[in-house]
Unconditional design. Structure first.
Length: 327
């Protein structure tokens, strides 16, 4: 973006940095399938949703904030807010509790959600409120609901949204239970990682609704048939999110990868298969399958929810390669 004087007007600097971010995302083709999102990213001021954030430095984290008395530090804060990177926004005892996701990944997810004018959307994981603002810009405040378990997070999200001029419904509660009083929803999008599909989300979706959620280091897109049945495939995009608190979440003891070649251990697609089959296949079995099937991409995998059953599969939900999702 080039150099700027430290006393440059913050609004001008933010507008310039935001335009540069939009150009970077545009160049990646993130919203080629739904270019309306470009206008939302160009309009919504991300820096208002991250009045402070943390960046990793040697020995820990450095806090950047917009109220610093140092104009150079304030400029660094604005520039950092419009980098195409995730931003840590809440830490507790060194543990990441909440973050603002990488904007290009958010653009991928919003485009993959396939919203249409008039849709109602439930967002699981309020975060800073930025994603809810993008949705509200596209659909209108009254059609967007965002929920988070932590009242401090929801309160700060409300403040950020109001500062940016948006007023979607912000609910404090367990995202795994949805928000039944606002149902039914046409779309549900989760911005936190899970290990299973909460049944409440199916019950709160309209038939034909779409659920987009991070699972097993991937993004799962489910089409809902009814309250007891949904099915879909993973997108090609890798995704790493903070786990959902209060509901189903990834976890467990570290896997023992002895006997698995180093090349596979370091391969993102193999580690995706490990996460998807955890508790069903041991790493050596997973590796044999992975090699046998030509190291499949994420798009070859899917998930089916039917009644009280929920399973992942490769290529075919009724085929030979299927595994119950880890609990």
């Amino acid at each position: 973006m080039g150099g700027h004087a430290p006393d440059r007007e913050p609004d001008d600097l933010a507008a310039s940095a935001r335009a540069a971010l939009v150009r970077r995302i545009d160049a990646n083709g993130a919203w080629a399938a739904d270019p309306v999102w470009r206008e939302a990213f160009a309009a919504v001021p991300r820096h208002l949703f991250v009045p402070y954030y943390y960046v990793g430095v040697a020995g820990g984290y450095e806090r950047r904030w917009g109220e610093s008395p140092d104009p150079v530090a304030r400029e660094r804060w604005i520039r950092g807010a419009y980098q195409d990177t995730p931003l840590a926004t809440r830490l507790r005892d060194g543990e990441l509790l909440s973050s603002s996701s990488q904007p290009s990944l958010m653009a991928d997810m919003l485009a993959a959600l396939r919203v249409q004018d008039g849709n109602t959307v439930l967002e699981i994981g309020a975060g800073t409120g930025y994603n809810a603002a993008l949705l509200a810009h596209r659909l209108g405040d009254d059609r967007v609901t965002t929920v988070d378990l932590d009242p401090e997070i929801t309160e700060s999200a409300r403040r950020h949204l109001a500062a940016a001029g948006y007023h979607p419904v912000v609910v404090t509660g367990d995202g795994a239970r949805g928000v039944p009083e606002r149902a039914p929803f046409d779309r549900i999008i989760a911005t936190c990682a899970l290990s299973t599909v909460p049944r409440a989300w199916l019950a709160q979706s309209r038939p034909g609704g779409r659920i987009l959620m991070p699972l097993a280091t991937g993004l799962m897109a489910l089409t809902v048939t009814d309250a007891g049945h949904a099915e879909g495939r993973f997108l090609h995009t890798p995704a790493y999110f903070v786990p959902l608190r209060g509901g189903s979440r990834p976890g467990g003891e570290p896997l023992q990868l002895g006997g698995v070649p180093r090349r596979a251990r370091e391969d993102d697609l193999f580690r995706f298969l490990l996460a998807l089959t955890r508790g069903t296949l041991d790493p050596q079995e997973a590796h044999s399958l992975w090699e046998q099937e030509g190291r499949p991409q994420r798009e070859r995998y899917g998930i089916t929810v039917r009644g009280d059953r929920e399973w992942a599969w490769l290529d075919d939900p009724e085929g030979p390669y299927a595994w119950p999702l880890p609990s």
